[in-house]
Structures are given as structure tokens and as C-alpha cells.
Ligand binder design. Sequence first.
Ligand code: GLN
Length: 203
Amino acid sequence: MNVRVGVLAVQGAFLAHSEILEELGVTAVEIRQPAHLGGVDAMVLPGGESGTMSKLLVSTGLYEPLGKLLHGGLPVFGTCAGMILLGSSILDGRDDQSCFGVIDIAVRRNAYGRQVDSFEDDVDTTFGQFHGVFIRAPRVEEVGRDVEVLGSHDGEPVLVRQGVALAAAFHPELSGDTRLHEFFLSHVAGLVPVAINQTAKEM
Ligand code: GLN
């Protein structure tokens, strides 16, 4: 089966995600308008600026059909701004900013400070350490009962999952490590065989 993964490409760091997905043997489809959503098996919402993304989602007409697909069970992986979009409430968001509410988390935008406070550090995850690149990262301040915390940094959740939705506060597409994308495709979305390589086997 040819697995097609849509990568929201209205703004932000979508290219690096597409490259990793292609490296893992699935087809990455850039999503810029509603017609592009046809036939996708999963979605990736990249990092960027969540307020701008939210605005562009509305102006392109993507917000409603994408929301319907996500609430209908389309697997999704959101990173950084993508995590904010997947959450159920946004703290310090722009007034006109909205979120899909498929992961029951309250997320504070830019909680680690401004650009100078971006940092890199190891994240403890359920499948070992992962190098986390945090760029004006959001902080998960509340976690609902149906949410699994799969990774943390300094005791705070930075990788969470609810059903077929996965979200990271950091940028796994920038660390040269494909394990999280593999984990998403195999364990979360069930789209590719579980053990793509040795690392995936250990998860
Ligand atoms: N601070 C950004 C926002 O609020 C997210 C940063 C990122 O995606 N790297 O949307």
C-alpha cells in the first residue's frame, strides 16, 4: 500500500518533515488547500507560528475540513506550533487563534521566553533519550486524563499522545533522528509495519 501523509504547508517548517517521511518510504503530500486532503492516510502539522497558521487555515478553507478529518480519527502528528493547534486550549494565544482540540492539553505559547530562550536538550521518552530542539516552544500546562505522556523534559510533558494524535513541544524533524516519525507511522497511526529498523523494534 502506498501510504500518503499530508504535511500542512501553509507556513512553517514543513519541508524537513516531508524529507523525513520520504526517507521512511511514505509519500509526503503538501497540503495548501482543501482539495489536497483527498486520500491522505495521516497528517503532520509542523512548527512555525501557530497564530499565523490558524489564520491561514481559515483563509485557505482548510480549517473546517481538516478539523472534521481529525475528529473523525485521521492520525496526526503535531510539532511545536502543530502541538498548539492540536491542543484543547491555548494560553497566551492571539485573540483570533483557534485549535482543533484533538489532544486534551492546555498549552502556553512561548512559555520558555522569546527567541533567545530557544534551547536544545535531551528529552526522556518511553523509548529512550531523544535530542530535543526547542524553538520558542510551547509548554504543556494541563494534561487531560485520556492523554499519555510519552516524553518529558525537566519533569514537564513535552511528548504526548491521545489515541491516534501525537504531539511534541520540540522539533524532531531538526535533530536528524527519525525515531519519532517512525513511531508515529507504525505505533500511533498503524500505517507501516511496526519494526522499520532496530530502533523502532526497541520502542
Ligand atoms: N512560538 C510558536 C507559536 O506560538 C511556536 C514555535 C515553533 O513552532 N517553533 O506558534
